[in-house]
Design a protein around this ligand. Sequence first.
Ligand code: GLN
Length: 543
Amino acid sequence: MAKHIFVTGGVVSSLGKGLTSASIGLLLERRGLKVRMQKMDPYLNVDPGTMSPYQHGEVYVLDDGAETDLDLGHYERFTNAPLNRDCNYTTGRIYQTIIEKERAGFYRGKTVQVIPHVTDEIKNCIRTLATPDVDVVITEIGGTVGDIEGMPYFEAIRQFALEVGKQHCLFVHLTLVPYLKAAGELKTKPTQHSVQEMRKIGIQPDVLICRTEKEIPRDDVDKIAVMCSVERRAVIEEKDREFSIYEVPLSLLDNGIDALIVEKLGITNARPIQFDDWQEMVDGIRTLAAEPKDRREVTIAVVGKYVKHRDAYKSVYEALDHAGIHHHHKVRTERVESELVEQHGPAKLLASADGILVPGGFDKRGVNGKVEAVRYARENGVPFFGICLGLQCATIEFARNVLGLKDANSFEFDKDTPHPVVCLMDAQKQVTKVGGTMRLGSMDTKVLPDTLAHKVYGAEVVSERHRHRFEFNNDYREQFAKAGFVISGTTPDGALVEVIELPNHPWFLGVQCHPEFKSKPTACQPLFRDFVGAAIAARQKKK
Ligand code: GLN
């Protein structure tokens, strides 16, 4: 029978519940357990797919095409737990199911209510993952205890523990132990209040993970344990990481969280931990951080329009870091606002870049700045990597500046362009509904032999995740090809362009997919690996 861990948060948001959940998942997997991971988001959107990256950061796409919260990205980067659309529920989606059932007469005349109907539905979502082969299901509850929106989830997990037996469930609560400069000390009161809030709902946390910037003195740990009625050894300090998010599992491991969980849940099939590769990876990051500035460093400019939001291109930044880990180089990511490229020109803003990456995006704001960045990379031999909208910008740039097609554009940005080099390939397709209607999820790409893409992937068929609506316009294929623009990957039937490249350039490649979703710290995605490798080579040449 599967055991359940519920991860909740208190005091403030953005404590890193996702990272902590992922870290716990990793540690349990490394003890030989089969883990499943899931996140509940208490907002009314059916999924985050329709939300601006400014709201919730990146939309993370799964193999099955589910558009999910970015915490699922952490789950995938840390663990091998398979993820699908059952791994991220929102209040909107839960209500949608309930309302559809109500319309179909499922409730047989009953009044449909938050308790029991919404809470029952939440419990069903949790049970979906608890198949007989699974040892532990980790369910993270988004938001902070006490939020009105989150109430049904807390009520549901309280009931769940009652139903399956408390001995099979563990409540892990994350709190903040802030350091007050004026007082010169850490404060435990917010943690106490947060646990009181949990108790009001009827949940006594079993484990407290205390986020802190300084080491928590023994006396304070004692105080937290007594006041919150949590065993002392279950008050676990999670200090701010020094260099990398990949240090979080190590800090939890040092505090013995894996052994504690195994014991408290009565898990009998855990083996001793095997963690050497992760430890080695983190050791690598730490030795690199100790290198003098400018040594083993490479600068990648990411030219986008959501650069101010740290999480908007989360997986792209992570994949660049993974490439850095692979090449044992610090990747300095310069976030360049594409509108500034429009205003000041690319030379000024991109001069220090060893490689230029244009990530995905929507709507026309800042697009011309991205096109200018592509031009700069193409003309100056700077390694260029275009992802989704990045490929589309490279297409527009080539049309305008090499083929001389004035005002060439994507149909997305200019409905009247004389040259829609990027368009909806199915012209009849009217976009009347927004949510979940893009080309979504993992799809195969046929890679042409003797191309950069083929060299990098080392395979003829590859699978990557997609999230887009517009395509390279096939009417222009011949014209582009004649001018040296290589289409090096297509859908298996050849109908849609997937990868483009320019052979007379050190490294210039664009993909319609989002390869960043398949990168891990211990196994960098090949395109990111090779792009950063090319940027390192370019930097060494400059010297
Ligand atoms: N806006 C473009 C499209 O829909 C690109 C999307 C993306 O970059 N994810 O095709």
